[in-house]
Design a protein around this ligand. Structure first.
Ligand SMILES: *Cc1c(COP(=O)(O)O)cnc(C)c1O
Length: 276
């Protein structure tokens, strides 16, 4: 865990009745192979190790290949929360050896909220009656239903969210696929960081680990009026997120979605207008 989503994964596991252990590292540091191998190999009874790919708390992109290789080398299942990276950060799923990966429609896939999915090995979806403590979130049951009657959910199908995801996937293909989308996010992210740094703001995460999904910035001076800054940007038509870090006052700016460098340019102009 190096952020709120790692913490959420722990809570989800515990609420599901799993004996989950926590391994927390500072929010500004990436998860590395040594974090993964040290603790789990000391505990022979660990079945699976979970990690968040892009920690949306800070925008830190954990080194997925390094971490999953360490998990597999230790003989554990690799469980990845790729909710905020799937579709916007190239990843070679089979090459990475990921066993279970969760994503959702409403981040880099640019769909609407309401649909999440898991990509896993079929072999892990064996009939194990009532393995899920939740009826609603029983993945095996859901999969079985979809195998029996393609396109059908067990309960009311989220039709609008599915139609929106289909449209969003068509748009992803039209854009040129994940590599092209990642390129656009990179251009937006670089422009954003350059522009904010030029205006005195400081990125929380070192460049090497920064994603182009969302970026956390610290204000130029401690006395900076963050609420007035949000309000001014809102008036100008831009919504940014409060920081989610536990330790310092910060805010986050997302650069994913159907926006490009021209929108970031307009945003930076709005920031300039508030700094006079
Ligand atoms: C947004 C997010 C989630 C939760 O997704 P919801 O669509 O809000 O349910 C989980 N993990 C990460 C890394 C996220 O960014």
């Amino acid at each position: 865990m190096n952020g709120a989503y790692g913490q959420r994964m722990l809570e989800i596991a515990r609420r599901a009745g799993l004996d989950a252990r926590e391994l927390a590292i500072p929010e500004t540091e990436p998860v590395r192979a040594e974090h993964v191998t040290e603790v789990p190999s000391a505990k022979a009874d660990v079945d699976a190790v979970g990690v968040v790919h892009c920690e949306t708390t800070t925008g830190l992109l954990n080194p997925l290949a390094e971490v999953t290789a360490a998990i597999k080398a230790a003989g554990r299942l690799a469980v990845v929360d790729a909710v905020s990276s799937f579709g916007g950060v190239p990843m070679d799923l089979s090459g990475l050896g990921i066993d279970i990966m969760a994503g959702s429609a409403n981040k880099c896939l640019q769909g609407v909220p309401g649909l999440a999915f898991v990509i896993t090995r079929r072999g892990l979806l064996q009939p194990r009656p009532a393995v899920s403590p939740s009826l609603t979130l029983d993945l095996y049951d859901q999969w079985q239903e979809m195998e029996r009657s393609p396109g059908k959910w067990r309960f009311t199908s989220p039709t609008h969210a599915v139609a929106a995801l289909h449209e969003a996937l068509c748009e992803l293909v039209e854009e040129g696929g994940v590599a092209a989308r990642a390129g656009r996010y990179r251009s937006s992210g670089e422009l954003l960081v350059e522009g904010m740094v030029a205006r005195g703001f400081v990125p929380l995460i070192a460049g090497e680990w920064r994603s182009d999904v969302v970026t956390t910035f610290l204000p130029p001076v401690p006395a900076f009026d963050v609420p007035a800054f949000y309000e001014g940007l809102k008036q100008a038509g831009y919504l940014i997120c409060p920081g989610k870090t536990a330790t310092v006052e910060s805010f986050r700016i997302g650069s994913i979605g159907a926006i490009g460098p021209e929108v970031i340019g307009g945003f930076l102009d709005a920031v300039s207008g508030l700094m006079v």
